[in-house]
Design a protein around this ligand. Structure first.
Ligand SMILES: C[S@@+](CC[C@H](N)C(=O)[O-])C[C@H]1O[C@@H](n2cnc3c(N)ncnc32)[C@H](O)[C@@H]1O
Length: 258
């Protein structure tokens, strides 16, 4: 993807704006709108943030540009990280973001390095949620916040019922969906307190129906980020939500001050 993106960005004298990239760097249900809503939950004095599973870095860029945050974005995918850095550098005002390749299960940061952690649609690939949450708890300062926007399994749904491919997994073996209640129980066991919660399933359903009716704006379309099966992924996410298999949630989990 890096060389394609580079060729789309470089030969033009166009002054790119961060929102030009939202077709590829907001790879979650609700798109840029859900990011804008989610970050209103963050206390404004929290400035040093970690974006786990940052993809092409849109959430990090948004927080840096609109909230004055200093962001580190981490993703397993080396190509995505190179693209995230390239997108940053193509802006006239380069956002305060640093992108690194890494695994969210073995975070390469010292304890108490961040005021907050944000993660959108990135835990569904992680089988060991306990280790994920323990790592996040460790890198947060006392009083730090974990802001998440994730896809969960609806209560009492057999994971085998979910249709694939989806944007996070080509088949069930690569997917590790959990029910929200199980996820939050694990978070509380690690030491977090649930501060805020919202079920976004209905709004996500409206958004995906609407998005599927709208022609993507070239050149930065989801096809570029997700590849040729992007259409099938979107159709399956729609069917999975319509049939009551998936839930979309936002939540704020807090690490209590010492
Ligand atoms: C659906 S994308 C979401 C990207 C971004 N958060 C956004 O909303 O635009 C999920 C991302 O999680 C990353 N990811 C999956 N497993 C990971 C892991 N163990 N460590 C770090 N990143 C991971 C993937 O590479 C992918 O970029």
């Amino acid at each position: 993807m890096f060389s394609t993106l580079k060729s789309l960005l470089l030969p033009t004298s166009k002054q790119w704006q961060a929102h030009d990239f939202s077709g590829i760097d907001q790879l979650h249900l609700g798109g840029i709108g859900s990011t804008q809503e989610l970050i209103t939950w963050l206390p404004s004095d929290l400035k040093r943030g970690l974006d786990i599973g940052c993809g092409l870095g849109g959430t990090s860029r948004y927080l840096a540009l609109h909230k004055g945050c200093s962001m580190t974005g981490l993703d397993l995918n080396d190509d995505y990280i190179r693209c995230a850095t390239l997108l940053n550098q193509s802006l006239t005002t380069v956002p305060d973001c640093h992108f690194v390749v890494g695994n969210s299960l073995t975070l390469p940061f010292s304890a108490r390095s961040f005021d907050f952690v944000v993660s959108q649609h990135a835990s569904m690939n992680i089988d060991n949620k306990g280790d994920l949450l323990t790592g996040i708890f460790k890198v947060l300062n006392d009083g730090g916040q974990f802001l998440l926007h994730e896809v969960m399994l609806q209560p009492n749904i057999n994971p085998d019922c979910v249709d694939y491919p989806t944007p996070w997994a080509s088949n069930i073996a690569a997917s590790h969906l959990l029910e929200w209640q199980q996820f939050v129980d694990e978070a509380i066991a690690v030491g977090f307190t649930l501060t805020q919660f919202e079920d976004n399933t209905a709004s996500a359903l409206n958004w995906i129906r609407q998005t599927r009716k709208t022609k993507p704006k070239p050149p930065f379309t989801p096809l570029l980020a997700l590849g040729p099966t992007a259409g099938a992924m979107s159709a399956n996410v729609l069917a999975n939500i319509e049939h009551g298999r998936l839930q979309v949630v936002s939540a704020l989990l807090s690490k209590q001050p010492a």
